[in-house]
Design a protein around this ligand. Structure first.
Ligand code: 5AD
Ligand code: SF4
Ligand code: FES
Length: 346
């Protein structure tokens, strides 16, 4: 089977073996790659349509108890000035985002135990009282009981990237964490009825093409409702400061193959891919992605949530990003989704 036939097989069956995914990750030439993107874009159109769903991102705390080697929020980074928003401020920012037309709010933070499940439950309930939005949590590893409290409070979705599906590589990236815990958390979230998002980072130090194929196989096995794939960007205050960033090309191939394997998944054009290339988000939206997650934080906090440097939108106001992203979406002949943009594959 040549490259084109393999793309056709993925487009029809959504069920490649790991070795086949590896072959798709290493195209022979520009025509092969263009064909991969074209078929992913076609399947995106057929399965999830032309609406691009916006998720308003609230980065409510930059405190983190973890020490992921790649991340600027890691606890050993003492040069970062940390902040924590009060529940009242979080609710206010969510309300503003709803007024700007967001139908999903993502509450994201480092792993910050200040926000207990009960505090999160309070925030979720307050937001739902005043805004007609779906709520996605992205706050890391918690117990089954805590996930349950937050689900019962009204949380709809949960993002927890596995970051790398290879257990050995996972250990190298997260010396004090356990791969098994990560998978257990994802299973707990599924069990509780969350729409679950996971994903990886493309171009992490020590990563191979086989690892990337394993990432896609795990996304498929978990049957995730959302798949987040972004390039690694080195941060000056981490052990990976001198490592190379992930490439646009490999990130786009990962997005495209993930679309072919998970036709109905919600796949964001990540802020990270927009950071490594001025047209990065546009290109991802043309290679299988159907979601964008604009920042809705007031500009004064943005520089302090420095997961990686040179993040786009760092000085912009929420209203500016909202208009900017609508312009981008329309320029691609697509439309802004007006509903919650929930998973429709089952
Ligand atoms: N480059 C790219 N993405 C990163 N993340 C953390 N650090 C980096 C980095 N240096 C991603 C992780 C995490 C998400 C919030 O940010 O995948 O899940
Ligand atoms: Fe903390 Fe998440 Fe960064 Fe890891 S990736 S250090 S858990 S914020
Ligand atoms: Fe923030 Fe374009 S989305 S400036």
């Amino acid at each position: 089977m040549d490259y084109f036939e393999l793309v056709d097989k993925a487009y029809k069956e959504h069920n490649l073996a790991k070795g086949e995914v590896m072959r798709l990750l290493e195209p022979k030439g520009v025509e092969e790659e263009a064909y991969l993107f074209k078929k992913a874009d076609q399947l995106r159109h057929e399965c999830v349509g032309d609406c691009v769903h916006l998720r308003g991102l609230i980065e409510f705390s930059s405190h983190c108890r973890r020490n992921c080697k790649y991340c600027g929020l890691r606890r050993d980074n003492v040069s970062l000035e940390r902040y924590r928003l009060s529940p009242e401020d979080i609710v206010k920012i969510a309300h503003n985002a709803a007024l700007l037309g967001y139908k999903t709010i993502v509450l994201q933070s480092g792993e910050d135990e200040f926000y207990t499940a009960d505090v999160m439950a309070y925030i979720i309930k307050e937001i739902k009282k005043i805004a007609d939005v779906a709520i996605t949590l992205c706050i890391g590893e918690r117990s089954y009981e805590e996930y349950k409290i937050m689900k019962e409070a009204g949380a709809d979705r949960y993002l927890l990237k596995f970051e790398t599906a290879n257990p050995g590589h996972y250990r190298e990236m997260h010396p004090d964490m356990s791969y098994k815990d990560r998978i257990d958390c994802l299973m707990a979230l599924k069990d509780l009825g969350y729409e679950v998002g996971s994903g990886d980072i493309v171009g992490l130090p020590g990563q191979t093409v086989e690892h990337l194929a394993e990432d896609i196989m795990l996304l498929k096995e978990l049957d995730v409702e959302m798949a987040g794939i972004g390039p690694f960007i080195p941060h000056h205050s981490t052990p990976f400061r001198d490592e190379a960033r992930g490439t646009l090309e490999m990130t786009l191939r990962m997005v495209a193959i993930t679309r072919l394997m998970l036709p109905y998944a919600n796949i964001p054009a990540t802020t990270a891919v927009g950071t490594i290339h001025p047209q990065g988000r546009q290109k991802a939206l043309m290679a299988g992605a159907n979601v964008v997650m604009p920042n809705v934080m007031p500009p004064e906090y943005r520089p302090r949530y420095e997961i990686y440097p040179s993040k786009i939108c760092i000085g912009e106001k929420p209203s500016h990003c909202r208009l900017c992203i609508e312009g981008i979406i329309r320029s691609l002949g697509r439309e802004v989704g007006q509903d919650y943009g929930s998973y429709r594959g089952r």
